[in-house]
Structures are given as C-alpha cells and as structure tokens.
Design a protein around this ligand. Structure first.
Ligand code: 5FU
Length: 271
C-alpha cells in the first residue's frame, strides 16, 4: 500500500491548510519527527512514586525549547501538566513560532459532538485557542469530527486508524472506517494516527511507538524503529516520546532521531 509520492508532490493533494503548512515546515526543516512530551513515572517496590517527569509546565516548555529546532510537531498531553494556566499555552505558541513547529494536542476526543465541542473550547485548557492539530477516535461516529471542524476551523484533525499498543481494537474494518470518515471530511481531516500508510496519499500518516532500539514498556506499548515505520510501512511522521525525553541529552537525541527519520523517508523515495 506504500505509495511512491514525495512530500513536495503531496502538497497539492492535501486539502486541509494545516496539513499543507505542516508539509512546508517538514520540507524546510527536513524533519518528519514529532516529539511527544510524555510523562514517565518510576514507582518503588511499595508503589510510591520515586520519580516523575514532564508533569510541570517548566519541564514541558524546556523540552519544547530543547527539541524545537529538530521537530515539525510537538505533541502535548495538556491534562498531565499539574500547573497548567493560560500563560503556558501562550509560551508554547511563542516557542512554536520561534522554532517553526506545530502544536498537536493529543486529547483523543471520543465523545458525541456536543460534548466534544465543549471539551475543545471550554474547561481550563481552551484547546482550540492554541492547538494547530487535534485528534479523534471514530468510535462515536462522524459527529465527533463535525464538532471539531465546526468549533476549531483553524485546527487540522487526525483520526486514530490504528494504535501501537498491544491488544488494541483499531484493526481491519475499523481502520477502513477511519479512512472512509477522513475521505468524507477531507477539508478538516488531513491524516491518521496509524502504523504506516493505509492506502491514500491524500492523507499524512503519523506513527507513535517509535524507538531506535525497538522493544516495549510494561504497559503494552510496542516500539518499532524509524526505518521500518517510515521506509517500509510508509508512515510520514514518526512520533517519539521516551526515546528522546528519557535521554540524558535531549537536543542530541532529537537530532539523531530527526536524521534517522528523514533518511528513512529519502530511502522510501528511492525504492
Ligand atoms: F494513539 C497512540 C498510540 O497508538 N500509541 C501511542 O503511543 C498514541 N500514542 C502516544 O504516543 C502516547 O500517548 C505517547 O504520547 C506517545 C508515545 O510515547 P513513547 O514514550 O514514545 O511510548
């Protein structure tokens, strides 16, 4: 299913303007790397937290600054930040402009449209004000997508078509359904969370669960290396969390991953 088109050629196929802006950033920075600002928690033997990471705004912003020059996207989980205020989103947007990356809030909307609209615009996070990209499960039907596109016209939407975790249910017919939904809402939806290309070059494919060493974690995450994901499975953007976040030198790790991911894309073009 992997198609042979370059990012330059895809520019004219993507209908959503955030998708096209992302492609322009990717080409300019030669980066198809997204960093996930994820938390990791280490428990001791009696289940007390020994160490936590990326749960403060200071840590989130410092990661954005460290990896910013290497990435096309910073993927956030705003609801793991313990001291979130509006000024955090303002500072994030400032860093995104400074380093030329887009902000993807990985909220994974999954409810009926009416609720999703409130979750997107309200609460204490006001996601629609600062996120360039948001994502949604298709489990509740197209109302979720309609709500997102109606109340955040400037946001691009990604649908979850496949997942990286063990035993997940986003397979076969479900994946096909996600593709159909995206094709129906092509002005708003510009891509998928998937394990690779699922067939249509008019969309971009974003793959989490990427680590140079492969492996997994103790809660079902399954890692694939950048070359397999991008050159063989046909994904466009690799999403890397702990592979970079847990490194003692995040700048260097981000640079290594950026090169590995871009080389894998160039390799795909040659085949
Ligand atoms: F939709 C998905 C998925 O199928 N797998 C994921 O891992 C999302 N993710 C996210 O990607 C997850 O919530 C993390 O933010 C990130 C992976 O982080 P890791 O530290 O590289 O495992």
């Amino acid at each position: 299913k992997v198609h042979p088109l370059s990012f330059e050629q895809r520019l004219s196929l993507i209908r959503n303007k955030v998708g096209r802006r992302l492609l322009e950033i990717m080409l300019k920075k030669q980066s198809n790397l997204a960093v996930a600002a994820v938390s990791f928690v280490i428990f001791n033997s009696i289940n007390l937290i020994l160490y936590e990471d990326v749960t403060t705004s200071e840590e989130l912003l410092s990661i954005a600054n460290e990896v910013g020059p290497q990435i096309c996207i910073l993927k956030t989980h705003m609801d793991i930040i313990q001291d979130w205020t509006e000024s955090v989103s303002e500072k994030l947007v400032h860093l995104a402009k400074l380093h030329h990356f887009l902000i993807f809030e990985d909220r994974k909307f999954a409810d009926i449209g009416n609720t999703v609209e409130l979750q997107l615009t309200g609460g204490i996070f006001h996601i629609a004000q600062w996120a360039d990209i948001v994502n949604a499960h298709i489990i509740a039907g197209p109302g979720t997508i309609q709500a997102l596109s109606r109340s955040a016209e400037h946001c691009g939407i990604l649908l979850l078509a496949q997942m990286s975790s063990k035993g997940n249910l986003a397979v076969q017919e479900y994946t096909q359904k996600a593709l159909e939904f995206a094709q129906q809402y092509e002005d708003a939806v510009f891509g998928f969370i998937s394990l690779g290309c699922i067939g249509d070059p008019n969309f971009l494919y974003f793959t989490p669960g990427v680590k140079l060493e492969g492996g997994g974690d103790s809660l079902g995450q399954q890692y694939t290396d950048p070359k397999t994901v991008i050159a063989i499975q046909g994904s466009d953007v690799a999403i890397v969390g702990r592979g970079i976040i847990q490194s003692s030198n995040r700048r260097e790790a981000a640079s290594t991953y950026r090169k590995a991911c871009w080389d894998a894309y160039l390799q795909r073009l040659e085949e």
